[in-house]
Design a protein around this ligand. Structure first.
Ligand code: IPM
Ligand code: MG
Length: 378
């Protein structure tokens, strides 16, 4: 039996909108891995958003701050919901951006995998989706999202002027580029760095630093560069050409939504945001589906939990160090989709639409099936 000290601590924060519904299914999946596969973990549930705000006056209550502070991994649902008069300012203080910054979660991994079972409900043509399997690594804690100065001012002629600062330093660029090169070595060994070096000084530095790091330490990896406008076009035209794409904060925000369409639905996409490795070799991480809080369908029990469940697979691989269990979960999702399990967002016209909970059931029963098959083979 594992004692508490080698238990991996997971904070489970469903948040707002559809966040709690989809996260509840991920919790069932985590429980399955704890019970059936002996994955050593403890889960601590905590609240975020409008519900604790109305009860306690805080978007991020102290208990939640503590749970996330002690956690090795945070499983995050979603943020953003109905705005009320008082909430916006408070929400800002406890926002997702604040968390990314607080825990220095600088490397945001967004895998884009096209599932053949979903090609009918995906916007691109089936031949474009063939073989799509790449990861966007988005720098998450600097760039224009955090650069100073920023603000809104009134000019002498009475006009208003909004302004933000795009900026990147050597170390901010190199550490995220390092993540990309290291990941590429475990995959197809290709990195495409995306910038706007024909216009922006920030991007000139970005490109030069990526090239320098590549020359110094990663010359075995195949490195290419694209301007961001061309990258957007290439993602739509031929997404299968990419293996690992690395880019800054705002370009990564935009390109990852664009790339999401190649997977069939935004509801399918997981993500991991990783901090620096500490002196004990640990690396704080936040796992969350890429989709938002979807207030239009919140509370209806129809949201797709697969983005969250696949984020658990990333957690198994990257925090819990259980690559076989991660593979097992991804396989189970494939099996569930292959036998026709569909939530509304990925259903072909006329297909039966499962609820969020029923999709959770489908993944759990596929897990039993796949694990059973593996036992027989062993
Ligand atoms: C994302 C989201 C966030 C971002 C929003 C909710 C602040 O779009 O994670 O991609 O822009 O980073
Ligand atoms: Mg986004």
């Amino acid at each position: 039996m594992n004692n508490r000290s080698n238990m991996v601590k997971i904070a489970v924060v469903g948040g707002e909108g559809i966040g709690p519904e989809v996260t509840a299914q991920s919790r069932r999946v985590l429980n399955w891995f704890a019970a059936k596969r002996g994955v050593p973990m403890t889960m601590r549930e905590a609240q975020y958003g409008i519900i604790p705000y109305l009860a306690t006056g805080k978007v991020l209550p102290d208990d939640t701050v503590e749970a996330m502070g002690e956690a090795d991994a945070i499983l995050w649902g979603a943020t953003g919901g109905p705005e009320t008069k008082e909430v916006p300012a408070a929400r800002k203080a406890g926002s997702l951006l604040g968390l990314r910054s607080k825990y220095d979660l600088y490397a945001n991994l967004r895998p884009i995998v096209a599932n053949p079972a979903l090609s009918d409900s995906a916007p691109p043509k089936a031949h474009v989706l063939k073989g799509v399997d790449f990861v966007i690594i988005r720098e998450l804690t600097s760039g224009i999202y955090f650069g100073e100065p920023r603000g809104i001012e009134t000019l002498v002629d009475g006009q208003r002027r909004g302004f933000n600062t795009e900026q990147y330093t050597t170390s901010q660029i190199r550490r995220v580029a390092r993540s990309a090169f290291e990941l590429a070595r475990t995959r197809r060994n290709k990195v495409c760095s995306v910038d706007k070096a024909n216009v922006l000084e920030t991007s000139v530095v970005w490109r030069e630093e990526v090239i320098a790091l590549h020359r110094e330490e990663f010359s075995d990896v195949d490195l290419t560069h694209l301007y961001v406008d061309n990258a957007a076009m290439q993602i739509v035209r031929e997404p299968a050409q990419f293996d690992v794409m690395v880019t800054g904060n705002i370009f990564g925000d935009i390109l990852s939504d664009c790339a999401a369409m190649a997977s069939g639905s935004l509801g399918m996409l997981p993500s991991a945001s990783l901090g620096p490795v500490d002196k004990f070799g640990r690396r704080k991480a936040l796992y969350e589906p890429v989709h938002g809080s979807a207030p239009d369908i919140a509370g209806k029990g129809i949201a797709n939990p697969l983005g969250s469940i696949l984020s658990v697979a990333m957690m198994l691989r990257l925090t819990l160090n259980r690559p076989e269990d991660a593979d097992l979960l991804e396989k189970a999702v494939d099996v569930a989709l292959a036998v026709g399990a569909r939530t509304a967002d990925i259903a072909e016209p006329g297909a039966k639409k499962l609820s969020t909970m029923e999709m959770g059931d489908a993944v759990l029963s596929a897990l039993e099936k796949v694990a059973g098959r593996e036992r027989e083979r062993a």
